[in-house]
Design a protein around this ligand. Sequence first.
Ligand code: PA5
Length: 457
Amino acid sequence: MPSGNKDLRCSPQTKQLAIDTANFYMEDVGREGISRAELAAQTREIEQAQQRVQDGSRAGLDAEYAALNLAHEMPAQLPQIQEMAADLRRYQDVLVIGIGGSSLGAKALQQAVAPQPPLAGTPRLHFVENIDPFFLQGLLSSLDAGSTAVLCISKSGGTIETVVQYLILRDWLVRQLGGKNAIRHQWVITDPKRGWLRELAERDGLPSLPVPPQVGGRYSVLSAVGLVPLAVLGVDIETLLQGAADNAARCTNADVTANPALEIAALCVLLDTRRNKRTAVMMPYVNRLQLFVDWYCQLWAESLGKWDRSRPGSTPAGTLPVRAMGAVDQHSQLQMYLESRHDKFFTFIELETCEHDLPIPLDGFDVPHFPFLKGRSMAEVIDAEFHATRQVITDAGHPNMTIRLPVLNAHVLGQLIDLYQRTTIYAGLLYGINPLDQPSVEIGKRLAIDYLRGTPR
Ligand code: PA5
């Protein structure tokens, strides 16, 4: 039977995620949910998806789903990662150039779990992601080249936004420091053999680390791509990998009641294909998870938004991921969720233990206006808001699930990353599409180059 359980608590010993899928089911949320019979009818497809993942994960970093093996494979590479991080820590500012999967994961984890305030002696990290001359010019004018390092990250080693910004930054370093010195301020993370950036690293002798060829950009946060920037900041990357490994150990079964990633994937796909739920709203009640949701949005959209027209009778796959922040978006998006079309499902994320909670100080004038705040803390208010929003969403008949984080640390983030990478791959297999490629994005990239050549079609 499905494992949905409304009162599931996080285990204080293991600090495991508590995953509550009850409101995805018809018996809890009503007719817009999935019935247990519908899920049971998918058993064969679900078992096949699990078998595919299991078979496709057998060969370590050479496996088809190598991304799911990073938690076990990367510990062996931690000395090289820590060495690069130690070199970068000698600088005051580190510019991390990269886009999409080569940037979002590290950005998300920095926001979620980097030590606050920053550890003494750690540099400021600047993510140079989007092409925006105004931003880059402003950033450069605030930096001293002598104390700045450039870390260029690109799996393919040829992404135009990354290349352009790297070329501008390399030129800036050369003009400020001279050619020889400029080389000592540059590091590279890219494919071990292929691409312009790899060739450049070889030519100039730039220190570099590999992205495993089988690991695609948006699945690369647990490789050097995410681990180096995080290690620079002093994030406990070993614990991050351990968290991912612990979640992987929870997701080995072909039975959805004993594999949360498989259960979530199966329910999300059924909500789309059987209930016309086309939008997947993720709503964390934790500021520090705002960029995590952006990471999830990329993973979900780029992996699942596909249409395999070669299969007779196939239809478009994928649900549009949307970020809604609790409680802020109660004041912007919630009205639409409650009254507009029933074409959405929701994932709430809440935090069980809020460090640094703040009591609400009231004086005699305030109490008659806000008697319900007497003796309350800020965390209690956001908790009440989360419960209220989840209840109105449920009462409106919208399928929803909740992930409860025991705390927000590297171990828990590792679990969340593994959970969503796995869920996304299972969902792709259940849709019958390849969750690892992005063929249409590649078309756009080539066309942009045609525009630059002056030969658009
Ligand atoms: O998931 C993906 O493959 C993309 O989002 C890439 O990460 C993004 O296009 C950047 O590619 P690269 O790392 O090759 O520069």
